[in-house]
Design a protein around this ligand. Sequence first.
Ligand SMILES: NC(=O)C1=CN([C@@H]2O[C@H](COP(=O)(O)OP(=O)(O)OC[C@H]3O[C@@H](n4cnc5c(N)ncnc54)[C@H](O)[C@@H]3O)[C@@H](O)[C@H]2O)[C@@H](O)CC1
Ligand SMILES: [K+]
Length: 479
Amino acid sequence: MISSTEMAVVDENAEALGVPRKQLMESSGNAAARAVREIADPGASVALVCGRGNNGGDAFVAARFLSAYDVTVHLLGRPETISTEIARENWVALERAEIDRRTVEDSTAIDLATPDIVVDAMLGTGVTGALREPEATAAETINAADCPVLAVDVPSGIDADTGEREGIAVEADRVVTFHDEKPGLRDLDADVTVGDIGIPDAAERFVERGDLRRLSRDSNAHKGDFGRVLVVGGGPYTGAPALAAQAALRSGADLAYVACPETVAREVQGYSENLIVEPLAGERLDSSNVQQLLAVASRMDCVVFGPGLGDATKSLDAVEAFLEAFAGTAVVDADALQVVPNVETEATLVCTPHQGELESMGGTTAADPDDRAELVESFAAELDVTLLVKGAYDVISDGTRTRLNRTGNPGMTVGGTGDVLAGVTGAMACVLDPIHAAAIGAYTNGRAGDIVVEDNGYGLVATDLLGALSAALWSESVA
Ligand SMILES: NC(=O)C1=CN([C@@H]2O[C@H](COP(=O)(O)OP(=O)(O)OC[C@H]3O[C@@H](n4cnc5c(N)ncnc54)[C@H](O)[C@@H]3O)[C@@H](O)[C@H]2O)[C@@H](O)CC1
Ligand SMILES: [K+]
């Protein structure tokens, strides 16, 4: 079962893997034509009713695959209003092939005559709200036709995310849906088949640039809508928490706080005026800081534990005491990871170990990425956390869903890149589900490293990543 958002992610991931959308449309159209052949014999008359998006485009393609039939393509609206390049190209191809195509500019004038089969390709996953005109009247005409109705992807008027309708919808006898079943289709009184359109499994398995579609920036947003991140760390090290917090800002968080021992507060602040520093009494985090931390954390969307914290027992005890009383979202990295296997917490945890740290948490690893993915998945389920296990292929799993990330390069073994990753993941966890936050965190951090190396060659340092994060996340040129 796949939602339309998820479908858009997978579609763009396929494109990133070298399978362009035009090719997918060719396969969709082919699958729709195959469904027609299963319903009607050669020579039968087929009326294809097409919208101006890619759903209509699928039917333009299908028409080319139905040369043994008496095909008429009806486009609802003017050809200039076809909304995508590939649908338009396939419309133009119909003219050159001299396939009977008509434009319906007045919805009341749609005349299907008496076809042997109607194909509904008005709207697919791109529908929003109740059918407008001319689609609404065309749906009535289709429903009144005295012949089988085949819907392409989803019956027009049915919301592909909920399976619900707000107004009139096409009553289909049969649905050929693509790649995976859409929600609600099973509840319809229709025969549903899933057409394989050649989207590789890798488009769902690997994190690719399509995953970035999960991050949308609403132009009405206010400060704080994209998250407040608190990084808890510092003491023995000061650069690490500053890196993590700056990475959170660079990847979209609105505010980044660093809670660190007062003895290093000035030094941490000195790295950047963009950070808000919250000094904690003492030289190392300890249990006396927990109440203060809980109070600050209650105003945050995500807390990142670990960068530069050190492994002093009293600091780890403080992390444990914090998590026992915390019910929000936390990213746990570095030495703080040791606390996770034994802590009783209601918090939502995203843990970012490298393979050595995973083993000290009690997990096991394997050289083969697929084997490793299986091991990580069962360990995430056992701990009831989301794991992002760093490696040449990062493995991300919440115990049910498991992804692999291939961005990044050997130049990133340098110190501090893990702190950047924790900060990016913290920013993502403010606005996304943990599995998506961790997957996009891994992808973005690695992509930033790849951009730096493409530009400058090896020899990158962690601060270089900060400058490349925006490009990794938002640049159009990232391919
Ligand atoms: N991987 C994919 O996502 C693939 C998608 N394909 C096809 O592309 C379809 C999605 O295409 P699009 O995203 O272009 O969307 P659609 O073709 O479903 O609809 C988009 C058009 O509908 C209009 N519209 C939206 N809501 C409306 C309403 N309530 N009343 C009237 N008009 C409305 C929009 O203005 C837009 O012009 C899928 O359903 C499928 O058929 C296939 O071609 C290939 C692969
Ligand atoms: K449709």
